[in-house]
Write a protein that binds this ligand. Structure first.
Ligand SMILES: [Zn+2]
Length: 183
């Protein structure tokens, strides 16, 4: 999930538009709606299929933020304005939407929005060790302002995702530990 989320934030998820840019021959049409070109933003936020999943989970407002902004801006906005629980919830939604997309594209398995929303619930239950956000430098999740570095770790210290401007984000000991945990 951590690599997946990193790719979302960097807009390098292997969506059809990104693959086409790499000259991979394929149809650019999203398999969720069969109408629009598939981009990261489309697959996870704009697509009618994704929209139904977000709405079933009562997260319409969070999804709407991703429709208007690119995923990185969406996430940075969210960690400043939403509870940590909602942030974790939303990352799991993205993960389950992407898995559902891969099931369609690679296994011809078409899950319903209800099934995907159920999977989100099972990913969250039993509650995994709480995911927490930490940051360094001027950035403060609690105050919702400052610089732009962040790290998401599980309570066990496993690195899940992180980002920020490199010049504004000298690695903290926590970040280095988290990276070390990836190897
Ligand atoms: Zn679509």
């Amino acid at each position: 999930m951590k690599i997946f989320f990193w790719r979302v934030i960097k807009n390098i998820l292997p969506t059809k538009d990104n693959l086409l840019r790499k000259k991979v021959p394929l149809s650019p049409i999203c398999s969720g709606c069969h109408e629009e070109f598939e981009s990261v933003q489309h697959a996870l936020f704009q697509c009618d299929f994704a929209k139904r999943v977000w709405e079933l989970l009562d997260l319409k407002q969070i999804r709407d933020g991703g429709v208007r902004r690119n995923p990185k801006e969406w996430f940075e906005d969210m960690i400043q304005s939403k509870s940590k629980e909602n942030v974790r919830f939303s990352v799991v939604v993205l993960w389950c939407l992407w898995n559902a997309r891969n099931s369609r594209d690679f296994q011809s398995k078409y899950k319903t929005a209800e099934e995907v929303s159920y999977e989100v619930g099972s990913e969250l239950e039993p509650p995994p060790a709480a995911v927490y956000l930490s940051s360094n430098g001027a950035f403060s999740v609690d105050e919702g302002k400052g610089g732009s570095g962040y790290v998401i770790c599980s309570a066990g210290g496993q690195f899940l995702a992180g980002g920020g401007e490199s010049n504004a984000f000298p690695p903290s000991p926590q970040y280095q530990e988290a990276l070390a945990g990836q190897v």
